[in-house]
Design a protein. Sequence first.
Length: 658
Amino acid sequence: MTTIFHVATTGSDTSPGHADSPLRTINQAAARARPGDTVIVHDGIYREWVKPQFGGSSDIRRITYQAAAGEHVIITGSEHINSWEHEHGTVWKAVIPNAFFGTFNPFAEELNGDWIVYAAEDSPKKHLGDVYLNGKSFYEVLSHTEVSNPTRRTTVVDDWTATTTTINDPAQTCYVWYAEVDEDATTIWANFHNANPNTELVEINVRRSVFYPTEHHLDYITVRGFELSQSASPWTPPTADQPGLIGPNWAKGWVIEDNIIHDAKCSAISIGKEKTTGHNFATDRRDKPGYQYQLESVFSARQIGWDREHVGSHLIRRNTIYDCGQNGIVGHLGCVFSTIEDNHIYNIALKREFYGYEIGGIKLHAAIDVIIRHNRIHDTSLGIWLDWQTQGTRLSRNVLYNNSRDLFVEVSHGPYLVEHNIFGSSASLEIFSQGGAFVNNLVLGSVLLEPVVERPTPYHVPHSTQVAGYAAILGGDDRHIGNLFLGSSPAKPYGADASHGHGTSGFGLAGYNGHPAHLADYLAMVNDPTRGDHERFAGAKQPVYVRDNTYAAGAEPYELEANPIVLKGPASAAIIEADGHVYLTSDLPPEFDVAQVETVSGHDLLKVRFVDADFEERDGSTATFLIDVNGVQKEHGSSYPPGPIAPLTSGLNRTRIW
């Protein structure tokens, strides 16, 4: 027998939880709910960290938490503060007893960990606290003086690439706070400008998470229809515990759907690593590089049950995620076999309050057999970053634009598949990996290629977390078929191209020049009987399999490509937002209509070399790529225009893509 528990702001935690006698807190319902039960939460603001006590027992006997139909339910990690004292000018202060925060005070917790970047080792650290005025977050400054005289900033220098980046909202940079924490109290000074903080809605971060269990293996939980906001979630590198505003905390089979999620200090949704497999050891111990600890975490995870039966297989869909400092969705190891689809992700890491190497709209390590499908990702520092063990991963029908960089695939062996996507930013693709297949994509910006031989990474038995070996990333062993490349602006020195300097960047696929076009040519090159087993592979570029791509507006084909089509006439395309929708506007010359490409499946793609694996669906069947970016079904064996839009033609077009 299943039970429905009701929660309302008018309820009592001593009530039975019926519709006419609801509970007051979601946590009280969480203490009572068992497999198959549903918790329905009614209109209002709930200031609590929901910590599920039990999980479901199967996919059909879940515990479901959902907002009541047609009602607006906010669960938030912040508290309303209306005890501000006017100090001088536009500066106010609040003195808050430390007991108010309990065992976790975000204003005392430093924002620190592996791969976060500060100007110098002894630089003052930022904190997990935050102040919000009518929902808008402030910037932390490092002194009381800076609160009185805030500096309006329009740009920030990226310490990694030495490039100058524009801040999204310069006016916001003048709304600042500073805190001091002593033995008894936390004092916060904030510059509210023309606002009175005691009559406006002013909130501060109090809780680390909003919906996140403290125990592992609470499986099969659904969270649906809420607004989830304002958490003091910490920095989430792949070598540490990765708590987010919401997440399963090392479990299986969660569904997170139809929510509005915003203002996580660092990461919004976490489907990532847990603490026992390593927690910021590179920063704390300083005895080995982070790369080594990350490698060790893979083997540590196997020892505690990192496999399909116990972890992953989450479904994250139809959420709107925005205004987060580090990631919209993050995960390492715990993200395996998951599906991320139909989400709208924007304004991620554009506040530029802090910086590090683990930032993105979606940032996953070990995304084994993860499907990332039909998401809209824009206005982020990096749209999708797939790092380590991108194997069996599939990116389908995503729309990315106005990001600093769209897609970065780093130190992975494949096979991974990128098909029917639109990459609309000036830096579209960064491929620091091997074994990828790119089919029927539209690429409007630069393509950056780079080998990474100094960081050998694991690969796996197909469709499994079992480690099969590890190897350096030599570059190449990629497949590109039926893509449309439209170069339109100068390439930018993003990512490791700026720090290492031995990659190749440009429009189109000319960066593969020098690679052989056939496996037989590669084998003939490395099987020189006069060279030893180790020496014969040194410096040998892996083959690439490139055919039937179309290039225009300065994009150039790979020198040995089979049947490239270079459009001679003027060609252009752009992504615009209008009337609540997203459109691709294009103007292509008449010869575009001749550039037809037959549909492709996994049968048409040579298996990847190191992993010795084919391009397959998660169930092991042959992969098929027959649905365009708008959901149009293609007919197998028929021909269509290059790129992700099946009915695209020459001339002026305006095609809705979201």
